[in-house]
Design a protein around this ligand. Sequence first.
Ligand code: ADP
Ligand code: MG
Length: 257
Amino acid sequence: MDAHTAPVRGTAGQADPLVVIDHVDKHFGELHVLKDIDTTVARGEVVVVIGPSGSGKSTLCRAINRLETIDSGTITIDGTPLPSEGRELATLRADVGMVFQAFNLFAHKTVLENVTLAPMRVRKLSRKEAEKRGMQLLERVGVADQASKLPAQLSGGQQQRVAIARSLAMNPKVILLDEPTSALDPEMINEVLDVMVGLAKDGMTMVVVTHEMGFARKAADRVIFMADGRIEEEATPEQFFSNPRSPRAKDFLSKIL
Ligand code: ADP
Ligand code: MG
């Protein structure tokens, strides 16, 4: 039997599953990028996903948001299996916020418009409601004073905070953040991590792909270590950083810490 099939697990059973990933496989042509991914994110849980480049972290995030199809297995969000298309997909996707490495703001819309567009279109909020809530969210991430500017007039750190506010504006059940600080200048990383730590403290369910081990230690309930398309190890941050058990995780940590 393949020694890789059973990932090392170190967390207790989860009471209130929000994202259930059940034996998911995904190929890009010949390349097997997700191999029997099987894990659950509980409501209110913060999961940090780490692992070498090319290990499938982004593909997993994109699959949870159905930006990628999967070949087999199922992904369920709050009891509803991910549909493949149509209005159901749009509704479900609205429940899953996504923040990418590159800020992906609408370049020709103001900061406030960036956070009000989707709630007006998808959630059918009135402009007034959307703007009120949008300003509250911009306040929360510390960029309310930039509301009428265009994204290009903001620093990278401010833009990424707007991207977080924009995803919160849809009232998602879970937010996926895929290397949200990797494209930032070093002096801007902490302002974004601080916002993320605040969300975690407020009980937001989050899946965060990051190499920021300080964030993982401070905010994560669980670390998932991926390598070669597999979950190699799952553990609390304390367990994972002090005593990684799989050889791949040991090797990875010895290189980044
Ligand atoms: P990570 O985020 O961990 O760096 P990815 O999920 O981006 O890894 O990629 C996993 C593997 O899948 C890599 O080998 C990558 O080159 C490949 N890959 C990602 N997206 C595509 C795609 N659209 N088409 C073909 N191969 C892809
Ligand atoms: Mg990636």
